[in-house]
Write a protein that binds this ligand. Structure first.
Ligand code: ATP
Length: 219
């Protein structure tokens, strides 16, 4: 079923979300106070509106509460981002995702009831840092301040060793939740599964434990 999304703010982040949602075949409405920005996206989406999101009558008039998900991608104007989120919440929008500019902004957004707060620059920075530090780390997803899911490329050091032989859970306190081997994906691999060089291990655990494992498998 087609779901309806509204994207408020068409900077690089909001614009990219809007393009991707359209590609996925979703109904998208965009709102930006800049006419130039709105014109840029007008041909792509079902509804493009020039308006100030801080104005409650604008949001009400657009029937914003009928959208399945609203993304607030107003960046620099933190006050406008907070006020917009607050109004969307008051108007009864079910799902609100907001882009945060800094940690303080993120805290306020969570307190006022944003369903998801994203911090793209910080998160991408962390992912790239992990990737730079270890060539074996392909991707990184933070679950909490201390836990992550990481994709690690198995080096020759692990080739032919089974999970039980490496005693990964006991020695490192982490769990291999899946192994990507070419096009095949082995979900919840058995302890007897042998790892091959170039396998991609998807591991979950505490960051410090994952780091110890990364150092061990570093080629
Ligand atoms: P990005 O990093 O995603 O490019 P940014 O964090 O630099 O964006 P801005 O450029 O400040 O964020 O804002 C993103 C968009 O939001 C802009 O196109 C701006 O016109 C729009 N915007 C800002 N405030 C409002 C508002 N109150 N109502 C509607 N649109 C707004």
């Amino acid at each position: 079923m087609k779901r309806a999304f509204a994207v408020i703010g068409l900077g690089r982040f909001g614009g990219s979300i809007c393009r991707e949602l359209t590609e996925l075949g979703m109904d998208v409405m965009v709102i930006d106070k800049s006419e130039e920005k709105v014109n840029e996206y007008a041909n792509l989406v079902s509804h493009a509106v020039v308006g100030n999101a801080v104005d409650e009558t604008v949001l009400k008039g657009l029937g914003i509460r009928n959208f399945d998900h609203v993304i607030v991608a107003i960046g620099e104007d933190i006050q406008a981002s907070i006020l917009t989120t607050l109004m969307l919440k008051e108007l009864g929008v079910q799902n609100i995702t907001v882009k945060a500019q800094n940690d303080y902004h993120e805290k306020v957004l969570s307190k006022i009831g944003a369903d998801a707060v994203v911090h793209p620059e910080r998160d991408m920075g962390k992912r790239i840092a992990h990737n730079i530090v270890s060539n074996n780390v392909l991707d990184y997803l933070e679950l909490s301040d201390e836990h992550s899911i990481v994709e690690i490329k198995a080096s020759h050091k692990l080739d032919g060793r089974s999970i039980i032989d490496l005693d990964i859970r006991a020695r490192y306190g982490i769990t291999i939740v899946a192994i990507k081997r070419g096009k095949e994906i082995i979900v919840s691999p058995q302890a007897s599964e042998s790892i091959r060089e170039k396998d991609i291990l998807i591991v979950i655990g505490a960051d410090s434990d994952i780091n110890r494992f990364e150092n061990k498998v570093m080629s």
